[in-house]
Design a protein around this ligand. Structure first.
Ligand SMILES: C[S@@+](CC[C@H](N)C(=O)[O-])C[C@H]1O[C@@H](n2cnc3c(N)ncnc32)[C@H](O)[C@@H]1O
Length: 260
């Protein structure tokens, strides 16, 4: 049914984080009486794990960069490879700039960039109102002053030459991709894009040519087999200095380019 070691580790985390058990209550005091509420929560946990619900949704918590984000099924669970985008920004920009995180979801990219760079003015745009509610919870929980949320269809609402930097981890999975079965608890809107997964990447690249300042940079996360197509779309849209980065599994997952 499920991997017993993995479920055991997740169960221990659940006992600690959700039910606030300490180590001795988990490992030593095995006769500890369990309240009816906790018995109910444990049953619910086991039911959710049988259904394949990711632990982060059960705990309503996801670690990204140095921060803890509230998550539930309204947003994608932040992935470790997305931290590469934030790292790049932290290592290559210092003077005060205007940044857009397009498709902000939980807010993980934009909020981390804003917290790491207090002089930046960071915007998080999102078309899903329920995802915006989650991003707003994270903005408040993490007390971020230089991060503004905007309800928008990609970059359509922004004026020309507004941003120095546009970041995005858009949906990029094709409609019929078998991997979607493993992701069935996450919002489809966060995962699937038209045109074999390239539809939203194309829109963001095209719209970035308007909202980026001359010499501004676009950084995109994409699928490991989309490197060449993304590079070609960037070239067609007058982007220069196109570079690709590999993720922690050595797969080409991030492309950046500068607007001519
Ligand atoms: C792959 S998720 C990334 C979420 C978050 N940035 C992260 O890295 O975890 C893509 C996000 O884009 C949003 N999105 C989808 N279509 C959009 C559109 N037309 N305009 C703005 N955001 C959109 C989804 O709702 C989702 O939150």
């Amino acid at each position: 049914m499920f991997d017993s070691d993995a479920i055991k580790n997740e169960f221990i985390l659940f006992l600690k984080e959700k039910l606030h058990f300490n180590d001795s209550e988990i490992y030593i005091d095995s006769d500890k009486a369990i309240s009816n509420t906790n018995k109910y929560l444990i049953k619910e946990f086991l039911k959710q794990k049988k259904e394949g619900v990711p632990l982060d949704y059960i705990l309503n918590s996801s670690k990204f960069y140095e921060y803890e984000f509230f998550v539930d099924s309204r947003v994608l669970i932040p992935r470790p490879e997305t931290e590469i985008l934030v790292d790049y920004v932290n290592n290559h920009f210092s003077s005060p700039i205007k940044v857009l995180d397009a498709g902000t979801g939980s807010g993980c990219i934009g909020i981390s960039v804003a917290l790491q760079n207090p002089s930046f003015q960071v915007y998080g745009s999102e078309s899903s109102e329920v995802a915006l509610n989650v991003a707003s919870i994270n903005k408040n929980n993490l007390n971020v002053e230089n991060f503004l949320l905007i309800c928008a269809d990609w970059l359509s609402c922004f004026k020309t030459k507004t941003f120095d930097l546009v970041l995005s981890n858009p949906p990029y999975i094709a409609d019929q991709d078998p991997h979607l079965e493993d992701l069935k608890h996450e919002p489809k809107k966060a995962l699937v894009a038209k045109d074999s997964g390239l539809g939203d990447l194309k829109l963001i690249i095209e719209q970035s040519t308007k909202v980026l300042k001359k010499g501004g940079m676009l950084i995109l996360e994409h699928g490991c087999e989309q490197e060449n197509e993304v590079g070609n779309i960037l070239k067609e849209n007058n982007f220069l200095d196109i570079k690709n980065f590999k993720d922690f599994q050595n797969l080409p997952r991030i492309t950046l380019a500068t607007l001519e």
